[in-house]
Write a protein that binds this ligand. Structure first.
Ligand SMILES: C[S@@+](CC[C@H](N)C(=O)[O-])C[C@H]1O[C@@H](n2cnc3c(N)ncnc32)[C@H](O)[C@@H]1O
Length: 410
């Protein structure tokens, strides 16, 4: 059945990315402000390849989509830059719209997940690789494990043998986007097959958990990813060039930037007093070590914008780090281009920290002009994702969350 016929049969359901949009209302007396309400569940917003890798602290897919719709490129060569790319939410939404996009993140894991989500994958080849990896996990009794306290804490011995067999099989494959696709699937199950709580941001030991069986978990994950990826590639009607590199966003290598003009920067920094990203992915970094020869934990940690715990020096460094990265964004953005910052207030020792206002001040000091503030209600997930469930919840103070549009003068 062709795409047109599918659409006639199922209506707009074949294009969830067009269906889910923030519900936008104006704010009385504030002509340059809106409220974005996002009344959808996390699974609803995990359509297509967004669900490939669970990234804690990502923004809802529709936030990136709405920004891209509000601020479209002027020419087909223009590209959008996401300078805190995370798991590539912006890149997926850009590719769906046929917009060129470039992601930068200090994390190797983030670049892997982002690139996998948007890559032109040969799904038949990915299936073949995954079959070799799964086959390797079927006879593991001969695998001898070295003593390792970290591994012994988090994974049952038999699970560790299977994960080692998967790892060895992946290492035998030649480098390709399809190998990375399977590597992403492998890293996506690491937490599930461990003793860590599934839903918590930083891994915490759950003594009552029976970890899932790795062969079944990987097989299910691969099947799910292949189905979603096929739908994703079908949904991308226009071609566009989309990728992510590992870099500190305070100094982005110019020779890596796409050709064309950067017309938009989308930016979603770690929220102050919430959490740092590297420790959250300690388990995935542990099992991915042989795959990331060029990534070293110390350099990454040094470059990462630290957000927690918000003590005096850290808070000072946080704002200084934001200033540096937005100065870099200003240099890359073409005149007349836009910056969209997704940011939220926090509390520090129960006292409100006005992160929004401070960000506006530091970004305006660089030369940007504030154009619009879109406040975001935070009950997406139909009330399940209220503030009390957030990692940065530390009291009752009224905190604001917003997507702020800035412009660079022409
Ligand atoms: C809030 S997350 C972004 C999530 C993203 N919007 C998504 O939907 O997946 C912030 C990201 O900033 C990255 N980061 C922190 N410091 C950075 C730096 N100096 N340069 C580039 N990326 C950085 C972290 O690794 C993390 O992935």
């Amino acid at each position: 059945m062709n795409k047109e016929a599918m659409r006639d049969l199922f209506g707009a359901q074949t294009e969830p990315w067009r269906n889910y949009k923030p519900i936008v209302t104006r704010v009385d007396d504030e002509p340059n402000s809106c409220i974005w309400d996002i009344p959808y569940t996390i699974p609803q917003l995990g359509y297509l390849t967004h669900n490939h890798f669970r990234y804690y602290g990502k923004f809802p897919s529709v936030v990136a989509g709405q920004i891209l719709d509000d601020l479209p490129p002027a020419s087909p060569n223009d590209y959008a830059l996401d300078n805190f790319c995370g798991s590539g939410t912006t890149l997926v939404e850009a590719r769906l719209r046929g917009i060129n996009a470039f992601g930068v993140d200090v994390s190797w894991l983030s670049a892997l997940a982002s690139n996998t989500k948007v890559a032109e994958i040969d799904l038949k080849l990915a299936r073949e690789i995954s079959e070799r990896v799964l086959a390797a996990g079927q006879s593991v009794d001969a695998i001898e494990l070295l003593q390792d306290k970290y591994r012994e804490k988090w994974w049952p011995q038999q699970t560790a043998r299977v994960l080692t067999a998967f790892q060895d099989a992946l290492l035998r494959e030649t480098d390709s986007p399809e190998k990375d696709f399977c590597l992403t699937a492998y890293l996506a199950i690491i937490r599930r097959v461990s003793y860590a709580y599934d839903g918590e941001v930083r891994p915490h030991f759950n003594k009552d958990k029976t970890p899932r069986e790795p062969l079944a978990a990987l097989s299910k994950k691969i099947n799910d990813m292949i189905g979603r990826h096929r739908e994703f590639l079908d949904a991308c009607e226009k071609p566009s060039i989309v990728s992510c590199i590992v870099s500190d966003n305070k100094e982005i290598p110019r020779d890596e930037l796409p050709s064309g003009d950067c017309y938009l920067v989308i930016s979603h920094p770690p929220y102050l007093n919430s959490f740092d990203y590297s420790p959250v992915y300690g388990q995935e970094y542990y099992w991915s070590k042989p795959f990331r020869a060029l990534d070293d934990d110390k350099t990454r940690r040094a470059a990462e914008l630290k957000a927690w715990p918000a003590k005096d020096k850290l808070v000072e460094d946080y704002y200084a780090g934001l200033s540096d990265c937005y100065r870099e964004a200003y240099r890359i953005l073409r005149p007349g281009g836009h910056l969209a910052v997704v940011i939220g207030d926090c509390t520090i020792q129960k006292k409100l920290e006005p992160v929004l206002d401070k960000c506006v001040d530091l970004i305006e000091a660089i030369g940007f002009r504030t154009e619009k503030v879109n406040y975001r209600t935070t009950h997406y997930g139909l009330g399940k994702y209220a503030y009390s469930h957030r990692a940065d919840y530390h009291g009752e103070a009224v905190k604001r969350d917003a997507i702020i549009y800035f412009s660079k003068s022409s």
